[in-house]
Design a protein around this ligand. Structure first.
Ligand code: AMP
Length: 249
């Protein structure tokens, strides 16, 4: 009897609790790299993950636009590239990302990168950085896959908050009265981004295809696999649900 009670206690003491497992999966130190063409929905997924799942997000596009808006020396330099749909030079963006990333790592945050890496050079840089400085992080790659036509349709229609500290993105159908629409988060005016016209979008898509293939190739060569979410014809809620089920695995 005593032995049975002892064994029962031992089982109860040692069995992994469901609560502990749930906490582990939500608190796991994770670096998620969101890949996908401009307009594939990376920003929307990242924003929801930030608000609902406690991730911190770095959007390099937002960081660059912020520098341009503040007219910093870096911003002046960036504008020469972004206005034509070209990528900014690797060495400039890499050092900015490193500084931000290490601050978040020190604080033990769950991290999403949106828009970085964009080239094989950036991918190699990030790979070295994660090997050396993010040893206790799980690194995962999630690609949002959307066709070119859908990208052009989405981007040519989308509206962005004019407040550079916010930069929330909306679809026209998010508002009942589009003429009076303002940002739902901060109340600022909504604008069409300068590089969101069809001509620049097509160039951004071309650049994306050219640079994305070697990037994926690099990650495959160092043993990472890519997890894909098809976004064509899907509502943002459906894409986010797919994202959540991937990161819970
Ligand atoms: P996005 O908002 O991510 O589409 O980025 C807008 C623009 O910022 C891009 O067209 C590029 O000119 C620039 N940009 C953003 N991220 C990067 C990056 N990782 N490397 C180089 N240029 C970038």
């Amino acid at each position: 009897m005593l032995i049975a009670a002892g064994l029962l206690f031992l089982y109860w003491f040692l069995k992994p609790s469901k609560v502990a497992i749930a906490e582990k999966s939500t608190n796991e130190k994770m670096l998620l790299i969101l890949l996908g063409a401009p307009g594939a929905g990376k920003g929307t997924v990242a924003e929801r993950a930030e608000h609902e799942l406690d991730f911190v997000v770095l959007s390099t596009g937002n960081l660059i636009r912020d520098n341009i808006a503040k007219d910093t020396d870096l911003g002046k330099n960036f504008k020469k590239y972004t206005s034509k749909g070209e990528l900014v030079p690797d060495e400039l963006i890499c050092s900015l990302v490193k500084e931000w990333l290490l601050t978040q790592v020190k604080a033990g945050k769950k991290i999403i990168l949106d828009g970085f890496p964009r080239t094989a050079v950036q991918a190699k840089y990030l790979h070295d950085l994660t090997k050396n400085e993010l040893k206790d992080y799980t690194v995962r790659f999630i690609e949002l896959q959307v066709s070119d036509d859908e990208v052009v349709r989405r981007i040519s229609n989308r509206l962005t908050c004019s407040n550079k500290a916010c930069q929330a993105v909306y679809r026209p159908e998010d508002f009942e009265n589009l003429a009076q629409a303002v940002c739902k988060r901060c109340g600022a005016r909504l604008i069409k981004r300068e590089d969101d016209c069809e001509e620049v979008v097509r160039e951004r898509l071309r650049v994306h295809k050219e640079t994305n293939a070697p990037l994926i190739e690099f990650y495959r060569s160092v043993g990472y696999s890519l997890e894909g979410i098809s976004g064509d014809g899907k509502q943002p809620e459906e894409v986010f649900a797919a994202f959540k089920s991937i990161i819970a695995r």
